[in-house]
Ligand binder design. Structure first.
Ligand SMILES: [Zn+2]
Length: 203
């Protein structure tokens, strides 16, 4: 791979790059969300399936872009995540057209994970994957704004929201509390149920 010494001003040129392909997978319509990546043949555990490419930027710039994107999409339910921490000083912004791996959807029971291998980000199989299975990884979202990111992964383990597994115990507590409150409120208000509430705006 060529070293990325491209000055940032030329970043626009990246749009001309061909989409990354892999012998292991191909894009296809997904039941989880729009398009996904699917195994085009049997994939053995630990296989490096496809590189997650993008623009290499400073961590500072990465933080800024991630916040901008989150603001732009707040409340839209769009949970796309494209920014990866590469090392202490650099991020990879995968929001480029040729980054095929950005199609990979989140799952609460993922069969892949993103790993840093020799200064590159690769999607690696966590287990043997059958031909035709959709590839997924844990987006690792924080607990903040979890309500904006409904999960439709369909796995029996699905917690309902796109949240990193390390936060699941906290999320479960939150959801249980919410349910209890909703139950209390629901009883006397049955007739008002048809009323539409304006979406809650945070902050
Ligand atoms: Zn899920």
């Amino acid at each position: 791979m060529a070293k990325s010494k491209t000055p940032t001003k030329k970043a626009k040129k990246a749009t001309a790059l061909k989409p990354v392909t892999s012998p292991y997978c191909k894009p296809q319509g997904s039941a989880i969300h729009q398009q996904g990546l699917f195994a085009s043949k049997k994939i053995p555990q630990d296989a490096e399936i496809i590189q997650y490419v993008g623009e290499k930027i400073s961590s500072k710039e990465g933080d800024k872009r991630a916040i901008d994107l989150a603001d732009e999409r707040e409340g839209s339910g769009d949970a796309s995540v494209y920014m990866f921490i590469l090392d202490d000083d650099h991020d990879i912004d995968g929001n480029v057209p040729h980054n095929t791996a950005k199609l990979i959807n989140h799952s609460c029971d993922p069969n892949c994970e993103a790993q840093i291998i020799d200064d590159e980000i690769w999607i690696v199989a966590l287990k043997d994957i059958k031909k035709g299975d959709e590839l997924t990884f844990d987006y690792g979202f924080e607990l903040d704004h979890y309500e904006d990111h409904l999960c439709l992964c369909g796995s029996p383990k699905c917690i309902g929201y796109i949240v990193a597994q390390e936060y699941w115990p906290k999320l479960k507590t939150k959801l249980a509390k919410k349910k209890a409150v909703a139950r209390k409120k629901a009883a006397p208000k049955k007739k008002a149920a048809a009323k539409k509430k304006a979406p809650k705006k945070k902050r």
